[in-house]
Write a protein that binds this ligand. Structure first.
Ligand SMILES: [Ca+2]
Length: 250
């Protein structure tokens, strides 16, 4: 049998599913000031306001930030034993993860008063929601789904790019039925199929990266669904960037 025919024969026996990963870069539409002392761990947009969670022991905060000026208009400090991580908003409540405490917090969106605490299995990194589930990352290749009402574990998916596990998934955002994830120590956002964990796109932010050390990488994605705006920033970055994706390859 000729090699070409053999290949077609094998392909017939073992079909290969080729997933095209689209690669895009960022075009800056606008930029807004960002607190350069903010170790950004969570970012979300809600009704004209940015909500931000910052990390580090002893200086972790939950913040409301005015988009245009970058001014912090309301904040709540976490107890020094908690390292702030991802946040998300659902039904006038803010959900916030902590890194290694196995604990999350639920606050009143308006007052930031604590409503309840909940347990998270393992570490807490990034957080978003799809209206039914809290969706969280923990630094591994796993994304966990919790019931948004009971806050109980429902399921997990493993994120893979071309069949290989993608570790260090960090800040998350649910964007038009995709999960977007920063990847720790890189300036890349992965676009993930929420049903099977497959990476379907890479948004490379290196063109806007303010990275000067290995800590201050891109982290923070906020989606304004109503006006179709994407905001991104990084840890200790000077700016929040409103960007558009420019496709490099499909
Ligand atoms: Ca986010």
């Amino acid at each position: 049998m000729r090699p070409g025919i053999l290949f077609i024969f094998l392909l017939f026996l073992f079909p290969i599913k080729l997933v095209a990963i689209s690669v895009s870069s960022a075009l800056v539409l606008k930029k807004f000031p960002h607190d350069k002392d903010a170790f950004t761990q969570g970012l979300e947009y809600h009704e004209g306001i940015l909500y931000e969670s910052t990390g580090l022991w002893g200086s972790s905060e939950l913040r409301k930030v005015e988009l245009e000026t970058g001014q912090v208009i309301q904040s709540k400090s976490l107890a020094p034993k908690y390292f702030g991580e991802g946040i998300t908003i659902f039904q006038e409540k803010v959900f916030q993860l902590t890194w290694k405490s196995g604990k999350g917090f639920v606050y009143d969106l308006d007052t930031f008063d604590l409503i309840r605490e909940f347990s998270i299995p393992g570490e807490g990194w990034g957080l978003t929601n799809n209206g039914k589930n809290l969706i969280l990352s923990n630094g591994s290749d796993q994304i966990l789904f919790l019931d948004i009402e009971s806050l109980q574990f429902i399921k997990s998916i493993n994120v893979k790019k071309e069949g290989k596990p993608q570790y260090f998934l960090n800040e998350l955002e649910y964007v038009e039925n995709e999960i977007w994830a920063n990847v720790w120590k890189t300036d890349q956002i992965l676009r993930i199929n929420p049903s099977n964990g497959e990476v379907i796109g890479i948004l490379d932010l290196s063109i806007i990266s303010e990275k000067q050390s290995e800590d201050d990488v891109a982290n923070g994605i906020a989606w304004d669904a109503q006006s179709n705006r994407i905001f991104v920033t990084g840890k200790f970055w000077n700016y929040i960037y409103q960007i558009e994706q420019i496709t490099i390859s499909e």
